[in-house]
Write a protein that binds this ligand. Structure first.
Ligand code: GLY
Length: 324
């Protein structure tokens, strides 16, 4: 599975380099590109493929994003999402996730332990409770009461990495750790409805209880079915500071293309934190109601995967503010 996926990534990467990115990202929408799914980082390819099974059968974007992000959540070799995620500094794997649909329904869980698919618990919070977010023990109790299985998410490899980290116990955010981070996914279905999902184990070796942007509606994810949807990856604190995904959607509402909206949001981070922004990574993805999309990051190296009828699940690298 891993080998063939790597092979596919290699092929898709090579194909991507042949495609005129500018024209893909900026061509005016003469018609609506749907269905479409876009997700953060190279591991978005496997997630998109799962989402596409639903989208290509005229399914709902909400179902597509949930099933899509479950792929890296269940992959023990992905150390920044779900099972196998790197733990906090106390050795506990704590997961953050949120989901949002075309009706502005949303659900989230934060600091959730022992559950492989936090995204599905977030969906249950959305569908079965009058609340938007459950955290910690409350989220776990809710998950168990709704049939989720309690599991050990700390794999031997992640435990080994944590024990090595403990020798120095230094915490510094590192740009593009292992070239991936949160998976954020946005989908537009054939009914022209948007949904999004975002899920992560958060910063490796964080303080216990630390939340990033990913479970926060408006920060790590936002969907407005009249306008568009956005998601983020990278250092969550800086995304929360500007309520990043909501900002991107509001910038699209003001008439900006998804690409321009992502650029303006990244520039807002630079303006607020000029020195810090040189050392950290944040990337945004956005899609509008017409299936136009955009991506932009602080630093080079932020990749995303795109699947539509025209673009068969290829990986692209976003433009960036620094070093581009
Ligand atoms: N963007 C993921 C985090 O900061 O936790």
């Amino acid at each position: 599975m891993k080998t063939s996926r790597r092979h596919f990534l290699k092929i898709s990467g090579a194909l991507a380099s042949l495609l005129p990115l500018e024209s893909l990202a900026f061509s005016p929408a003469k018609s609506i590109t749907k269905p479409l799914v876009i997700s953060t980082w190279n591991f978005g390819v496997g997630a998109n493929a799962e989402a596409w099974k639903i989208l290509s059968q005229q399914g709902r974007s909400l179902d597509a994003v949930e099933k899509g992000v479950q792929v890296p959540e269940a992959d023990p070799t992905e150390t920044s999402v779900g099972l196998g995620g790197l733990p906090d500094r106390d050795g506990r794997v704590t997961l953050d996730a949120c989901i949002m649909d075309e009706f502005a329904n949303c659900g989230a869980v934060a600091c959730l332990e022992h559950i492989v698919h936090p995204i599905s618990v977030a969906r249950k919070v959305m569908e079965l409770t009058p609340h938007v977010m459950l955290v910690g023990d409350g989220a776990l109790q809710f998950a168990l009461a709704n049939g989720f299985k309690k599991e050990n998410l700390l794999t031997p490899d992640s435990e080994k990495a944590w024990k090595e980290w403990l020798q120095k116990a230094e915490y510094k955010p590192i740009v593009n750790i292992e070239n991936h981070d949160t998976i954020g996914m946005l989908a537009l279905d054939v009914h022209q409805n948007l949904s999004g999902a975002c899920t992560t184990s958060g910063m490796a070796y964080k303080m216990h209880g630390r939340l990033g942007d990913s479970p926060i509606i408006g920060a790590g994810l936002y969907v407005d079915n009249e306008v568009g949807a956005a998601t983020s990856s990278g250092l969550g604190e800086e995304v929360i500071r500007i309520v990043g995904s909501h900002l991107v959607v509001e910038l699209m509402r003001q008439g900006n293309s998804p690409q321009k909206a992502c650029e303006l949001a990244v520039k807002r981070i630079v303006k607020k934190q000029p020195e810090k922004s040189k050392q950290i990574q944040v990337g945004f993805l956005a899609v509008n109601k017409f299936g136009e999309y955009g991506a932009y990051a602080l630093q080079k190296g932020f990749t995303y995967a795109l699947y539509s009828n025209e673009i068969p699940n290829l990986v692209f690298e976003a433009k960036s503010y620094y070093n581009s």
